[in-house]
Design a protein around this ligand. Sequence first.
Ligand code: ACO
Length: 321
Amino acid sequence: MFSRIAGTGRYLPEKVLTNFDLEKMVDTTDEWIRTRTGIERRHIAAEGETTADLAERAARAAIDAAGIEPTDIDFIVVGTTTPDVVFPNVGCLIQERLGIRGCTAFGLEAACSGFMYALGIADKFVRSGESKRALVVGAETLSRIVSWSDRDTCVLFGDGAGAVVLEPADEAGILSTHLHADGHYGDLLFFPSGVSKGFNDLKSGKDFVQMKGNEVFKVAVKTLGRIVDETLEKNSLDKSAIDWLIPHQANIRIIQATARKLDMPMERVVMTVQDHGNTSAASVPMALDVAVRDGRIRRGDMLLLEAFGGGFTWGSALIRY
Ligand code: ACO
């Protein structure tokens, strides 16, 4: 048995923050941001709007697209680094809002790879027959954990949520998922504080995402190249078999490097980084939903999804849509 994607959805907060807006906040320029990252604008959650709010909207859209009722869902996993509260987890929060009771529901933290990890786990549950309809969400309000006075990071991130519903299928579907991590690189990209370690003073600007961007960039390019090879080898496929690359939307230059590795023209790469910025765990499912809904991705297409993030964590999925 396999799992297949029955429906996709996304939700972006209304507020849009452009590079020109950022020029008024930190010492940066639209030109620098566009040429170094590809980002032109990003969405930012309103005051009081939480990760679960975004996740619920994306989940409802995916459930509608799958043509099922929320109560048909029997497994919920939400990849997020920015949960509303420590617990209940965001999976439980949206389970309650969707009127579902009793099924597995949990949150999962793997930074920008959170959705890939969530998808890999949900796929195993559906394949094994333990779940009939799995809701897999990536949702973030990263705007809450970046310093809006740190130009190195604040220009990069945005908020949003994306979701898919998985259902059992006789034919793939999800052909394989690949999940990896290397904690050795923890100091290149991190958030320094937390519940157990203790928070610094949020107002003094010490509690925010910290990144050695240049070093992250180099490892990301190398690592994503390796996981592309691993995914193709595992499925005995040539790179020409891939119809669409749906990459993590962190930086256009990282995306271009992965596309080059696949000999893929950029027309076959789904790009949302210009409009969404880096939405961490939400980025891959949102990009997928964009291309499904605008008709680019069609049933039967071969998709390669990949992400790379803090930890470091990274993952990929090969999917016959
Ligand atoms: N505006 C203007 N100038 C800036 C800005 C800014 N917003 N930010 C940095 N600069 C300056 C730097 O100070 C530096 O100036 P200097 O040469 O005088 O010292 C110069 O621009 C170049 O800085 P670099 O850091 O070398 O720039 P780089 O080309 O590496 O781009 C970037 C930086 C965009 C962060 C890039 O390294 C990158 O995308 N890294 C990977 C990010 C990523 O993929 N993260 C993974 C996922 S995130 C997650 O998991 C949560």
